[in-house]
Design a binder for this molecule. Structure first.
Ligand SMILES: [Cu+2]
Length: 233
């Protein structure tokens, strides 16, 4: 069983590394996508502006489906106005009373991996194996405080899923790259932490791709869903 400081320390490190990568990756990728989505037929005035955020509003919706044999499922809405995002998630079938890091990832294909992404055949789709599909962390869906990629695994500020359920609602300010990704349908909601062997805790013989001192169960994705832009106005 993995609890307490080991989890916190490792997850914090993961968050820092992912955050740095996200900042580099998202900055390069997302403005181009926003440009594609919002400047068709433009006169060219302002086309080179660095500001990638469309002034309008977007209602995004995600169906969260299981990964790694978890029982996780859920639905999420993301109502984006400018850089303000009202995020709601109801998720079920998660590891009870265990911390679940949750993020918007972006900058890759905007999709979720399937079991076929387990390229090293260790029985898990790891964070690394999922990365080509959903990309880097752009927003950390914490319950309080910072929501940047730097909080990617600030595990004391993520839901702990009493009864395996998470009901999350928070209005946050997302950065321009995250806003652009949500508008472009490139953002992917990922909930981490699985109990593949059914022991009731994060354990098992397979070690995490992110830190060999942790079981894979502590960091592997449990659920994933693309945030689709249902409505723009
Ligand atoms: Cu994540």
């Amino acid at each position: 069983m993995i609890r307490g400081d080991h989890t916190v320390n490792t997850l914090t490190r993961i968050g820092a590394a992912a955050g740095a990568a996200a900042l580099l990756g998202a900055g390069a990728a997302m403005p181009a996508q926003a440009h594609d989505g919002h400047h068709h037929g433009g006169s060219g005035a302002g086309a080179g502006a660095a500001v990638a955020v469309h002034p309008g509003s977007t209602l995004g919706f995600a169906k969260v489906r299981e990964l790694n044999g978890s029982d996780a499922w859920g639905v999420a809405t993301v109502h984006l106005k400018g850089q303000k995002a009202d995020v709601r998630l109801s998720a079920f079938g998660l590891v009870r009373n265990a911390p679940h890091a949750m993020h918007f990832h972006a900058g890759a294909r905007g999709t979720c991996p399937t079991g076929a992404a387990d390229s090293n055949d260790d029985g898990f789709v790891s964070v690394s194996e999922g990365h080509p599909f959903y990309g880097d962390i752009v927003t950390s869906l914490t319950t309080s405080g910072d929501t940047s990629p730097a909080s990617g695994l600030a595990i004391d500020r993520f839901p702990t899923a009493p009864r395996g359920r998470i009901t999350y609602h928070r209005t946050i300010t997302v950065d321009p790259a995250a806003a652009a990704a949500i508008r472009a349908g490139n953002a992917v909601l990922v909930v981490h932490g699985v109990d593949k062997n059914g022991s009731g805790a994060y354990d098992g013989p397979v070690v995490s791709d992110l830190d060999p001192s942790l079981p894979m169960e502590a960091t592997a994705p449990a659920g994933c869903g693309t945030v689709r832009a249902l409505l723009r106005y």
